[in-house]
Design a protein around this ligand. Structure first.
Ligand SMILES: [Zn+2]
Ligand SMILES: [Zn+2]
Length: 321
């Protein structure tokens, strides 16, 4: 079978959502073009500095590779957090990630929960379980990750923070927030970022129109040595999300391109809602750490988690070691 695009090389990939059979080269070109299109829409080409939030997983390799194909690499700086999960975080991984990024001319800033929060994720989980809290590791990890990434973006004066979320991640999150009725979070998922606090660096997702299977294949073709081990805390992940995930796979299977149409429709609706909404007001800041928190809160969710786990004394405002 010949490639539908170049009509020269042998086709290797069937792209169900476009109905095309592509050769390896045309497939990779298609991914880079889609990432570029999304990035230009956001205005990434005009940024003077972009912080890439990387993890060592396949999507971070794809993010660095595709962005550096049309953005000068000295405008890109990568940032990685070691969570501190026994048996999961490996030293070789950081070395490989660093080597790959440096081959693209991108510097890597290395950070960890231990350094930035004062405790590894394993420690946070141990303390919270001892206090009888039933908080998933993803809640700790997600919240502190967001906070540290935002801090890093501010420190390097980045115009944007780019994350490696793909189409599957994005649509799952939209449906989950829709079910939960979390409108503020929901409309922040749209294509154009909104800034609710002067302390926030705008977050963008250049891979949000690329299917997860496509980033996997791209990473495989690229020959990257990415983290393939699953996080040991994955079983404690919220079940609603896994149910939504299964549902979306069934839908995509029956109607290829369904995820892309959901995202397109969602972006249109979000744009209308945002125009009418009153989301102009600056978010309040946490009394303890000084970072932005949700409307109506005095202490942010992160500090609250540390306090309830016995890892932070609210009166002394100091980490307990
Ligand atoms: Zn081709
Ligand atoms: Zn706080």
């Amino acid at each position: 079978m010949i490639c539908d695009n170049c009509k020269v090389r042998e086709a290797e990939v069937y792209q169900a959502h476009s109905g095309k059979r592509l050769c390896r080269k045309c497939f990779m070109k298609d991914i880079r073009e889609r990432v570029k299109k999304e990035s230009l829409k956001i205005g990434l080409d005009k940024a003077s500095k972009i912080l890439l939030a990387v993890s060592g997983g396949k999507d971070s390799y794809v993010l660095a590779d595709t962005l550096s194909s049309f953005i000068d690499s000295n405008k890109l700086i990568a940032y990685n957090i070691t969570e501190g999960i026994q048996g999961y975080n490996r030293y070789e991984q950081i070395v490989q990630l660093k080597r790959y990024l440096s081959s693209l001319g991108i510097e890597l800033i290395e950070d960890s929960f231990k350094q930035g929060v004062g405790h590894t994720l394993d420690e946070m989980m141990k303390y919270s379980r001892n206090k009888g809290l039933n908080v998933s590791a993803c809640t700790f990890c997600g919240g502190f990750r967001r906070k540290l990434i935002n801090n890093a973006g501010r420190t390097v004066s980045a115009d944007y923070v780019a994350t490696g979320h793909n189409l599957d991640d994005e649509v799952q999150a939209i449906i989950v927030n829709l079910i939960r009725g979390d409108i503020i979070r929901l409309i922040r998922f749209a294509d154009k970022p909104i800034k609710l606090s002067s302390k926030f660096v705008l977050r963008v997702k250049p891979l949000r129109r690329v299917y997860e299977w496509e980033t996997t294949l791209y990473a495989y073709y690229g020959g990257y040595q990415f983290q393939e081990v699953e996080c040991p805390y994955i079983s404690t992940k919220p079940t609603l999300r896994s149910k939504v995930r299964e549902l979306l796979y069934t839908l995509e299977d029956k109607k290829p391109g369904a995820l892309l149409s959901i995202l397109d429709e969602f972006d249109k609706i979000a744009e209308k809602v945002r125009k009418q909404s009153e989301l102009k007001e600056e978010l309040p800041t946490c009394k303890i750490c000084g970072e932005p928190t949700s409307y109506g809160r005095e202490i942010c969710k992160n500090c609250e988690l540390l306090i309830s786990s016995g890892l932070l004394d609210p009166h002394q405002n100091l980490p307990i070691s």
